[in-house]
Design a binder for this molecule. Structure first.
Ligand SMILES: NC(=O)CC[C@H](N)C(=O)O
Length: 380
């Protein structure tokens, strides 16, 4: 049974203060406040490294009702700077649950607030755009201190966070996707070798590559192109990750060099933005971004509509695409660019999250396209 007694406040840069109760660690935490419309997957969202330095508001009102399990973590820890919800249910119920959301937040030392009007907050973020904010939680909370912390937070524009969250050493990944009977198994006889740049990689991406016959070597964000090529990869993967893609010049340079070799390249989210920058396009900060599991995107070549998982605050400017880059998908919510393909070399990327976790699996077939690109490249 949950006992909520400590107070908490959420303070925004525009001066708005929301009063609620603390459901996680005590203390102060600052970040960019965004809203996510997914109905499920709170644990995967919290542990997605792309949420570093962001405070996530979940618009679905009941969060925590299925507890948490270590099997569902998308990385080794919680990366979100804080969590904002309407209601924490009194009981968590699922046969897979190992601990309650509250215990998970406490163990991860994450500051979180419940019992605030998340509809009002979401409308404010929609109208004004993502806001810098601070959650303060404890017996007594100092709103002036929270405001000072907000003033000291520069915001995500211009911030390179890929370097901050990446692995410090290369490692091999062979774990396959989760199975109801077997749990996680190991991939065997994996014919393709993919080198994956870790800009903040989610585990389900690695598992979906293994599931399609790839042995994956994950490398730090700053790994030089020569070091990647020396590993003799069949394909190079560019991961998702937090922060602004523009200052990641080391990655943009490495991608440019890899593209000249004609080794197949596939990017997701930050990886998509970096492929675009390496191809000469431009990125920009969005007003409040896309964060949810219900975003329709249209595949331009077939007209098919797919429902996708999304989590990005920056986007590639479609008007900036050079002649050798084709737009492949666009958002049916706001028309923004959702995918690209190079016409002069085997490279493509997707802005949303085909690996889901959480979210629908409609776009998963894009992983098969990457496998096909590698098969074709090996026959040349
Ligand atoms: N999920 C991601 O890779 C996010 C990419 C980038 N940090 C953005 O906010 O747009």
């Amino acid at each position: 049974m949950t006992c909520l007694t400590k107070s908490a406040v959420l303070v925004l840069e525009d001066g708005t203060v929301f009063n609620g109760v603390a459901i996680g660690a005590e203390g102060y935490s600052v970040g960019e406040v965004v809203f996510n419309t997914a109905m499920t997957g709170y644990q995967e969202i919290l542990s997605d490294p792309s949420y570093a330095q962001q405070i996530v508001t979940l618009t679905y009102p009941h969060i925590g009702n299925v507890g948490t399990t270590s099997e569902d973590d998308e990385s080794a820890k919680v990366f979100a700077s804080g969590l904002v919800i309407r209601d924490l249910p009194l009981l968590a119920s699922s046969w897979r649950s190992q601990k309650t959301l509250q215990q998970y937040l406490l163990d991860s030392q994450v500051v979180a607030i419940a019992e605030i009007d998340t509809r009002k907050l979401t409308r404010l973020l929609r109208d004004k755009g993502a806001q810098r904010g601070c959650i303060a939680a404890g017996e007594t909370v100092d709103i002036e201190k929270a405001k000072k912390m907000i003033e000291g937070f520069p915001g995500l524009k211009g911030m390179d966070l890929a370097k901050a969250v990446t692995t410090d050493k290369p490692y091999e990944w062979t774990e396959n996707v989760w199975d109801l009977q077997l749990g996680y198994t190991q991939g065997e006889c994996l014919p393709k070798h993919v080198v994956a740049y870790d800009f903040g990689i989610k585990r389900n991406i690695l598992r979906l590559l293994v599931n399609r016959g790839c042995r994956v070597t994950v490398v730090p964000a700053t790994t030089k192109a020569e070091a990647v090529l020396a590993m003799n990869p069949d394909g190079v993967f560019l991961s998702n990750g937090p922060g602004d893609p523009e200052p990641c010049t080391y990655a943009i340079e490495a991608i440019k060099a890899i593209l000249t070799t004609k080794i197949p390249v596939f990017g997701i989210c930050l990886g998509h933005q970096l492929l675009a920058l390496a191809s000469g396009a431009q990125t920009e900060k969005m007003k409040f971004g896309h964060h949810g599991a219900n975003h329709p995107v249209q595949h331009k070549a077939t007209g098919r509509v797919l429902i996708s998982s999304q989590n990005h605050g920056f986007a590639v400017n479609a008007a900036s695409l050079p002649a050798n880059v084709e737009a492949t998908y666009h958002s049916l919510f706001d028309g923004s660019l959702q995918g690209i393909k190079r016409t002069d070399c085997p490279a493509m990327s997707f802005q949303g999250h085909p690996e889901a976790s959480p979210g629908p699996h409609d776009v998963e077939g894009i992983f098969d396209e990457f496998i096909d690109m590698m098969k074709q490249a090996s026959t040349h």
